[in-house]
Structures are given as structure tokens and as C-alpha cells.
Design a protein around this ligand. Structure first.
Ligand code: HEC
Ligand code: HEC
Length: 424
């Protein structure tokens, strides 16, 4: 079924052990570099320019590798650590003239490196502990989704209809604007953090209430495959707190269910259970994500709900992430307006940023996920409202990626131009 693209396990991005190993590597590198090979820091402006150019090229080359091939992620991680260490040792971000000359580059390396710091698996400005502490009121799972009968019903594919009838009974008592929206589907993009090969989901949208200051919560349960004897542990929430104007702050949390021998099922934060966490923003640049399910995986009577849910998604323009991350520090995204674009699909490519930009759906910028982006473009869903033939989609996709990561000195791509501060 999944012929178009390989699906990715979300859990493989940043396991706890990986973060630990990385922290150790940084320490060891730091020790060895400072004591044995001192870094040669560029001194003159000319040297600094050359240094930045060389390092931007190296970083983007590795980033593109990691975007295209999962096994190249480690090489990218090492490159980023090396660069961020060198900048620290040369005290570049303390040097006003350097920061003034390369403001985008200095901040970029800092925010990209956040997820490499110990205790920062989510990649936010604060540690995961502080993030979950401060945002817990937004991301708690509503009580009615944690009752023993509901948790038992969502445990198996075979009893999913029971779970849905519990939701339908709840809806009978809720006012029209409070009604839950729910459907089950199969993801075309990724497995769950506890099972790389589990694609089935039950999504429940719990409407918020601005007057009562309640965020809207999109709660998603991983559901085992039919006949499977192994329950899925993960359930996640993305919640949206509407801010002033059109902005909406989005908060994230993964939970794990624990199935006990005596039949009880408990729910606790995945991070709190020591099961690691992920950089949600890598894929969730638009805050919530629309649901673009595997073809044929939604039953006929729930298709309208998918549409309604996606319509709701589109009312949340201007995604923000509280004070925890400012995605504009990652620069412009795929398909941004540029003057030196060539090729047949230039106008289409450029059009992504008409909608995917900081005051729209959020820029699609690095770090990002090739399965998600490839699927929306090559699967024909993007650019929104256009119909392209299969071959054109593949070509457009390739061009978008080239145009974003290109490091050619004469024709730098979107990211390089911006990092060197030469954009616009
Ligand atoms: C590798 C990409 C990726 C990462 C990383 C990721 N997600 Fe998602 N997530 C998706 C996609 C794609 C969807 C849309 C449904 C689908 O296609 O599977 C989604 C949907 C969701 C949903 C359903 C609501 C919605 O937005 O549609 C929740 C809840 C969710 N993710 C939680 C999280 C949390 C919490 C994290 C971080 C701990 C996270 N995700 C990290 C790709 C990702
Ligand atoms: C006219 C506005 C518009 C344009 C232009 C557009 N998109 Fe989208 N994009 C949307 C909307 C609306 C959604 C959510 C719609 C849905 O699938 O239900 C979306 C969703 C997406 C998503 C999944 C959500 C996310 O934020 O990750 C990706 C990836 C994406 N678009 C990529 C692209 C790319 C790449 C281009 C350029 C080739 C593009 N889009 C052009 C409006 C647009």
C-alpha cells in the first residue's frame, strides 16, 4: 500500500539514549579540542567571511543529506555539534561586530542546537521538564477519555466501535458547539513512538471554549492493527490556545498507556516515564497538522468528519509556540519568493510561501521531514488547489528541495542566501 514513500518511525528521531550519547560526545569533543587541538579562530573580516561561508556550506550539505536519508542524520548531528562548539570556543556570538554582520547565522546555529542539549529533546528554549511543567494545564487529557471503559475500548481494533459509541453517548449530552469530532484512519506518514509499524489512529477533536479559557485539544490514540495481540501505548495531544488576533499558541505532549496484568490501564507522560520524546516542531510547523489519511482508510460515514476537522485546522492561521520556540529564527521556508529561480515550475514553487509563511500556515523550513513534505507534494495535495500530473509533481518536489538547500556560490538557495544575510 505504501508505494509512494517509506513511512518513518517518529521514535527514531530522538531517543533518550541518542541524546545522552550526544551529550557525552559533545563533552568529550569539547575536552579534546580545547586541550589538544585548539580551534583556529578567524581573525580578520575576510577570514570570518570565508569561515562562515565554508561552515554554512558544510552544514547545509549535511542537512540536505539528513533530509533525504535517515542514515545520514548522525553525520548532520555531528556537523552541527562541531559548528556550535567552534562558535563557542571562538566566542563568536559575544562579538558584536560578528553578530551584526551575521545575525541570522548566529541565532540559527543557536536554535538548531537546542535539541542537542541535554534535557532538550523537544528542541525548545527551555528544558523538557520546564516545558511540561509550565504547559501542563493546556495539555492534560480530558477526564472522559481516561475512564476505564473508554481505555479498554480503545485498546483493540476489534472494540473500536465500542469506543466510538461511548463518544457518541457523550455527544448526546454536549451542546452543538461542544460536540466532539472523531474518526479513525490510517496514517500515510508515520508509526507511533512505541511501534514503528503501527499506523492506525483514533482522532478526537475536543472543542475549546474561549470564554472559559479552555484550549481546543486534538487527542490522538494509536490503535493496533486488526487481530494484533500487542496493544499500542502512545496517545498524544496537540492543543491550541487562541491568542490575540489570529495567532494561536500550540502545545504538545505525548502520553503512554501502561497495561497492567490485573487489567487496569494507566496513562502518564511519555517523558515522565523516561521513554524519551521527539522534536514535534520538526513536522508540526503549522501547529496542528491536517489529516491526509491513507486512501480508503476512512469509513464512508466518517469522511465528512475528516473534512470538518481539516476545515477547523484551516481556521488556525498564524501558529505560534508560546515563548518556547520562535520558528521565524529558522528562516524562510520551501518555495519562498526569490529573484533567481529558474525552471518551469518557478511560479508554482514560489507559491508555497504564499500560504506557508510566518503569518499564514508557518514556514516549511529545516529541520523538516521529507516523508511529510514529499507526501503532500508528490501525493498531489499541494500546492493547494492545483492539479499536476505525476511527473510534474516529482519534478516540482525536486526543484523545491534543490532551491531550498542549494549551496552553489553563484546561485545560493533560499536557506544559504538567508543565512549569509543576503536575502532580499
Ligand atoms: C516525523 C513527523 C512528526 C513528528 C516528529 C511529530 N508528528 Fe505529530 N503528526 C505528524 C503527522 C504527519 C500528523 C498528521 C496525521 C498523520 O498523517 O499521521 C500528526 C498528527 C498528530 C496529532 C493529531 C492532531 C494533528 O495535529 O493532526 C497529534 C496529537 C500529534 N501529531 C502529536 C505529536 C506530538 C506530541 C509530537 C512530539 C512529541 C509529534 N506529534 C511529533 C507527524 C509528526
Ligand atoms: C493556497 C495556499 C497554499 C499553497 C500555495 C500551498 N499550500 Fe500547503 N497547505 C495549504 C493548506 C490549506 C493546507 C492544509 C490543507 C489540507 O491538506 O487539508 C496545507 C498543508 C500542507 C502541508 C501539511 C501541513 C504542514 O504544515 O506541514 C504541507 C507539507 C504543505 N502544505 C506543503 C506545501 C508545499 C511544499 C507547497 C508549495 C509547492 C504548498 N504547500 C503550497 C495551503 C497551501
Amino acid at each position: 500500500m505504501k508505494i509512494l514513500l517509506l513511512s518513518v518511525p517518529r521514535s527514531m528521531f530522538h531517543s533518550k539514549s541518542k541524546a545522552l550519547i550526544r551529550a557525552l560526545t559533545i563533552t568529550i569533543t569539547a575536552l579534546s579540542v580545547s586541550s589538544v587541538f585548539a580551534v583556529t579562530c578567524p581573525k580578520t573580516v575576510v577570514q570570518k567571511d570565508a569561515w562562515v561561508l565554508k561552515n554554512v556550506n558544510q552544514l547545509l550539505l549535511k542537512a540536505r543529506g539528513a533530509y533525504e536519508e535517515e542514515k545520514l542524520e548522525k553525520a548532520y548531528d555531528r556537523e552541527l555539534d562541531r559548528l556550535s562548539l567552534a562558535m563557542k570556543q571562538c566566542r563568536m556570538s559575544e562579538e558584536a561586530s560578528f553578530v551584526e554582520r551575521y545575525p541570522n547565522f548566529v541565532e540559527y546555529v543557536r536554535v538548531l542546537s537546542l535539541e542537542h542539549q541535554p534535557g532538550h529533546e523537544l528542541g525548545f528554549e527551555v528544558t523538557d521538564r520546564i516545558y511540561f511543567e509550565e504547559t501542563k494545564e493546556h495539555v492534560t487529557i480530558p477526564e472522559f477519555l481516561l475512564t476505564p471503559s473508554f481505555l479498554r475500548a480503545v485498546k483493540w481494533h476489534e472494540t473500536l466501535d465500542q469506543a466510538k459509541s461511548i463518544l457518541s453517548e457523550l455527544n448526546a449530552t454536549r451542546s452543538p458547539e461542544d460536540k466532539l469530532l472523531y474518526f479513525s484512519y490510517e496514517s500515510r506518514h508515520l508509526g507511533t513512538p512505541d511501534n514503528d509499524f503501527s499506523y492506525r489512529r483514533l482522532l478526537i477533536v475536543v472543542p475549546g471554549n474561549v470564554a472559559r479559557n479552555e484550549p481546543e485539544k486534538w487527542v490522538q490514540f494509536g490503535i493496533p492493527d486488526p487481530k494484533s495481540k500487542v496493544p499500542i501505548r502512545n496517545l498524544s495531544v496537540v492543543s491550541v490556545v487562541r491568542g490575540p488576533g489570529e495567532t494561536a499558541n500550540t502545545y504538545f505532549k505525548d502520553y503512554f498507556r501502561t497495561y497492567r496484568r490485573n487489567g487496569t490501564i494507566t496513562v502518564k507522560g511519555r517523558w515522565e516515564l523516561g521513554q524519551g520524546d521527539d522534536n514535534c516542531l520538526k513536522c508540526h510547523k503549522s501547529g496542528l497538522l491536517p489529516i491526509f489519511p491513507e486512501d480508503g482508510s476512512v469509513s464512508a460515514n466518517e469522511k465528512a468528519v475528516v473534512e470538518e476537522v481539516n476545515k477547523r485546522f484551516s481556521t488556525y492561521v498564524t501558529p505560534r509556540f508560546g515563548k518556547y520556540f520562535d520558528t521565524s529564527k529558522l528562516g524562510p521556508g520551501l518555495g519562498s519568493n526569490r529573484t533567481n529561480v529558474n525552471g518551469n515550475h518557478a511560479s508554482l514553487a514560489m507559491s508555497c510561501a504564499a500560504c506557508h509563511q510566518p503569518n499564514g500556515l508557518g514556514s516549511l523550513n529545516w529541520p523538516m521531514d521529507s516523508v511529510l513534505i514529499g507526501s503532500f507534494v508528490q501525493g498531489g495535495r499541494m500546492p493547494f488547489g492545483t492539479t499536476l500530473r505525476g511527473a510534474e509533481r516529482v519534478e516540482l518536489y525536486q526543484q523545491l528541495i534543490d532551491d531550498y538547500f542549494a549551496i552553489d556560490d553563484k546561485h545560493p538557495g533560499i536557506l544559504k542566501s538567508w543565512l549569509l544575510g543576503r536575502s532580499q
